[in-house]
Design a protein. Structure first.
Length: 208
């Protein structure tokens, strides 16, 4: 299980020689932790970590030219779509991969299946189908960014990167180049450990 943000804050302050939170109280340091958290999620995605991938089934309504995904509240962007008969579950046979395109084919008319999809301006576009369909979306997901000191960071051993990187960002705001450089180097060193802990046996996701 991951640790609460309070541990990241305490360690970052130790790096900054501010254990009493005189210079970096929560209100000042938490935004630095949150920025470091966003950076770490990007690194996990590049490394192919399953921790930033998710999947879910949504219901497509006949004749629509978009595929809804608002029920998948952690979705950042889709990378694979499959379709099946309306009401299908993950255990239903017959899931068929949809084809991603940069732009939908011109002159294509709706049939009983969806076939194509594209991701444009944070919308999943499709030619559409004359029938209701179930769509399985595999997507890059958001790990909830902690807000309160009691919130879990959601990344196993992530505190080793987040504390050092948060300290670097904080030092940078003060123009302390030496501490910034040292903490950035420590964050990079710890990043390899975090990636290893959150990668399991997964390989980087290859686009179809």
């Amino acid at each position: 299980m991951s640790v609460p943000m309070s541990q990241v804050l305490a360690t970052a302050r130790t790096y900054l020689n501010d254990d009493n939170a005189t210079q970096f109280p929560d209100a000042v340091l938490i935004p630095k932790v949150q920025e470091a958290h966003r950076e770490l999620q990007e690194e996990l995605w590049v490394a192919g970590s399953p921790n930033v991938r998710n999947t879910g089934i949504v219901a497509y309504t006949a004749a629509a030219v978009t595929i809804p995904y608002t029920s998948l509240t952690d979705l950042l962007c889709p990378f694979l779509l499959f379709e099946n008969a309306s009401g299908s579950t993950v255990n239903t046979a017959g899931w068929t991969p949809m084809t991603e395109v940069y732009n939908l084919p011109l002159g294509q008319t709706q049939s009983t299946t969806l076939g194509y999809w594209c991701w444009q301006k944070e919308v999943i576009l499709c030619v559409g189908s004359s029938a209701n369909r179930a769509v399985n979306i595999q997507y890059r997901s958001l790990i909830t960014i902690p807000v309160l000191v009691t919130d879990l960071i959601g990344i196993l051993f992530g505190e080793s990167y987040l504390a050092a990187r948060s300290a670097a960002i904080a030092a940078g705001t003060l123009g302390n180049a030496d501490v910034y450089t040292a903490m950035t180097a420590l964050a990079k060193e710890n990043l390899l450990k975090v990636i290893t802990a959150n990668r399991g046996q997964q390989k980087p996701q290859l686009r179809p």
